[in-house]
Design a protein around this ligand. Sequence first.
Ligand code: ZN
Length: 385
Amino acid sequence: MTADPVAIARNLIRCRSITPEEGGALAYLQELLGKAGFSVHRMTFAEPGTAPVENLFARVGSEQPNLVFAGHTDVVPPGDEAAWHHAPFGGEVAGDRLYGRGAVDMKGAIACFVAAALDHLAANGGKPKNGSMSLLITGDEEGAAVNGTIKLLRWTAERGEKFDHCILGEPSSLEVFGDTIKAGRRGSLSGTLIVRGRQGHVAYPDRFDNPIRGLVTLIAALQAPLDEGSEQFGPSNLEFTSVDVGNPTVNLIPAEARGRFNIRYNDRHSQASLKALIEHRARDAAAARIRYAFEWQPSNADVFVTKPGPFTDLAAAAIAAVTGRRPNLSTTGGTSDARFIKDYCPVLEFGPVSRTMHEVDECVPIAELVALTAIYRRIIERYFG
Ligand SMILES: [Zn+2]
């Protein structure tokens, strides 16, 4: 009797765990994992100015190595529920698909790794064959992500938990299931460039100092290429996303102009080196004529990469055995909780095809859930093999 990932996924989807609500999803996992022999801990993390969020940590076994599966049960809101053909929290199966908010991102993958872990325990007398399995499940990934994985990891470290490798079940596949493992992410850094001038009548521009001219000069300088990419990453990119003057009057030279930008950067940079590079370019372009300043936003999304090695090979081999496809090791896309986990152990992301995530009628093929469970099961077996 093997665990049924579709039944688990349906039960999870029926929990209205719209971020940051727990919605019964963690309570359901707690019961399921507890019955299978995991010791399960639930904790709520809070911080002034943010909603308190529930999290779950579970472990079975006391030896190393400790293989970790990570994920989030919170989901983005469904939007207009009337626009859905299948109720977003119904967990309906129609045709060959399971529908509902979180089917792809990422209750489906949680169901698959829970089913795979339960199967492994059932086949080995209720214990991992050799080592431990742990689960890190948060309810704060789609929201602010301050009362979730980052604090959950700190909590486990204070208890003396040690992790050896982690698989995060985010929907990593791009076009077809099994085509992509995410083995790193670009960093993300945002800032504002503020250029100061002198306000005055537009008919007398030589008496005043139009900051828009300075802003245009600096924007042009900052848009030059940052690098040519690295072994596992494409080139870093700086993109201006907003230019703001807020001037309601056409015959007035404004006193100040602002440009906001975001940089997605590869492993040739750190946040500090990147800020130094940008500020150096601005200094050169300003040539002591343009008065400007930078405001940098704090960022907890630093670049990271999991280098190819035995762990990525093991995952790729399991994917190839089940799907017949050799996955790419990719570092594209937005950030995920892997940015926090990477400080504790090597982490890779593998899960369903991302296409319908966050959409109306989000859905995952049943066959994908079955194959993903088989892949996770194979990874567990080989890992403890
Ligand atoms: Zn997600």
